[in-house]
Design a binder for this molecule. Structure first.
Ligand code: SF4
Length: 477
């Protein structure tokens, strides 16, 4: 790298930015709280997607104190659809720290800002430079790409040592007194011109000295070793419809207080095990659409599903009524749900065998697989939550992509039956509880509730369930 190429880069980039910067809502002023919120929202998310969320969020929580004091459910609801919900929780936790330790004002102090929950080196650098004009680098994937290309750096940007070196380089390029504008200029160049797949070198303000372009390497830089592809797993979900006082409503449940998607709402669903868990390759976003041929299969599948589930449901209902049924008649414990019931080839055979229904059929047709999934869903919900449902049709399929995992979501429509409770709970007998004998009819667990479409406005759901529920309600209109 020559000094001339470096000073040319800083000068030309800054001039270009001042003339071309986009009018974005977080650039209205340099309020550090506004900068902080925008940087957290922009992680892993496109600018166009973020803008309406940012405006709603700032209208609702205009200061760190307002965010700190808001109920978490309201914050999650405002974040619904942006994904990566731990960002919202950490942001609120950070706002609470700002309120408690700094009187509600984000401090002009790099160490204190870096100590806030959810604030890593990039976000700290962005806040310090944009809000306080401190000469701190803010290096994310965009910036590493631009600098790798401009300076023709061939080190692997997935390695921490490369990031450290690029941070030092970025810091050395910041022009005196223009840290905020320069860092935003780098981000803007990466977003608008030096894009990942098709760098627009001909319109680039720094093309004259770009070493990557001159070496013909703009399309192969930056070098980045591939991350492991996300693991796919099949989840089977139920659109459980109510009757009587719950007519027109669907059953939903709230996730636990910690872990993935903590405290968000969802449809009841189970993780498919064994052969049922071997999902199709990634191909879908949104509800799967059936072709004419598939539709015919689905019609057949619906009959098989209904027959299988009806028998399983009847078997379970029987167990509940007697409250002392044989454990072998219906596998209530999760361990008993393991697949497969190999060799079972039709519903009649399975039912007649007295062991319930097949989890996986050797024939492996779509109809068989869907019937097996419906049966599995019914059994697993019963075992895990004491929820008795009767799946009556396959409804659709969709993917939900996390950074490390992909849910292949298979969705079934199901009728509500009743809530099971261990007979011991109903009778208050610890002995019966220990023996594991029998089940009786019980009350709904507190994390479940019935909702109509109007409650979609108050409960926060992960994207995948928002899509399914919106589709479901709009199909009914
Ligand atoms: S000239 Fe091309 S490769 Fe170099 S910084 Fe500009 S857009 Fe990127």
């Amino acid at each position: 790298m020559t000094t001339e190429a470096a000073s040319y880069f800083s000068r030309e980039l800054l001039t270009w930015y001042l003339g071309h910067k986009r009018d974005l809502p977080w650039r209205l002023n340099r309020d550090p709280y506004r900068v902080w919120v925008s940087e957290i929202m922009l992680q892993q998310t496109r600018v166009d997607t973020v803008i309406p969320y940012y405006e709603r969020f700032m209208a609702k929580f205009p200061t760190a104190a307002a965010l700190a004091m808001a109920p978490e459910a309201e914050v999650l609801k405002c974040w619904e659809g942006l994904g990566y919900y731990s960002r919202a929780r950490n942001l609120q936790a950070g706002a609470r720290e700002v309120l408690a330790r700094h009187g509600g004002v984000v401090p002009d102090d790099k160490e204190a800002v870096s100590a806030l929950r959810g604030v890593g080196p990039y976000t700290a650098g962005a806040i310090m430079s944009i809000a306080f004009n401190r000469p701190e680098p803010a290096v994310d994937g965009n910036v590493m790409r631009v600098l790798s290309r401009y300076f023709c750096l061939e080190e692997d940007i997935a390695k921490p040592a490369t990031r450290v070196n690029i941070e030092k380089l970025a810091a050395s390029l910041i022009p005196d007194g223009s840290a905020g504008d320069f860092n935003q200029a780098l981000m803007e160049l990466g977003a608008l011109v030096c894009t990942p797949k098709s760098p627009g070198c001909l319109t680039c303000p720094v093309m004259m000295h770009c070493e990557g372009r001159m070496a013909g390497k703009e399309h192969i830089l930056p070098i980045k070793t591939k991350a492991k592809p996300p693991r796919r797993e099949t989840r089977i979900a139920a659109l459980v419809t109510g009757s009587g006082e719950h007519a027109g409503k669907l059953l939903v449940r709230q996730r636990p207080e910690s872990g993935l998607l903590a405290q968000m709402w969802e449809l009841p669903h189970v993780l498919a095990q064994g052969a049922l868990g071997a999902s199709a390759p990634a191909k879908r976003r949104g509800r799967g659409k059936a072709s004419a041929a598939e539709a015919a299969v689905q019609m057949a599948a619906a009959d098989v599903i209904a027959a299988a589930a009806a028998a399983a449901f009847a078997a379970d209902a029987g167990a509940a009524e007697t409250a002392a049924g044989s454990a072998a008649a219906f596998p209530h414990e999760p361990a008993a749900l393991a697949v497969p019931a190999a060799g079972v080839t039709d519903v009649g055979t399975a039912a007649d065998a007295g062991g319930g229904f097949p989890d996986e059929r050797e024939a492996g047709t779509a109809t068989d697989r869907r019937a097996a999934m419906a049966d599995y869903l019914s059994r697993a919900l019963s075992a895990e939550d004491g929820l008795l449902v009767r799946p009556d049709a396959w409804w659709g399929e969709t993917d939900h992509v996390f950074s490390h995992i992909v849910w292949d979501m298979q969705v079934y429509r199901a009728e509500f039956g009743f809530w099971q409770a261990k007979a011991a709970d109903a009778a208050g007998s610890p002995d019966a509880a220990e023996s594991g004998a029998g089940y009786g009819e019980g009350a709904a667990p507190s994390h479940y509730r019935w909702i109509g479409p109007e409650e979609m406005g108050t409960l926060a759901f992960p994207n995948v369930f928002v899509r399914i529920l919106h589709d479901y309600w709009s199909d009914l209109d």
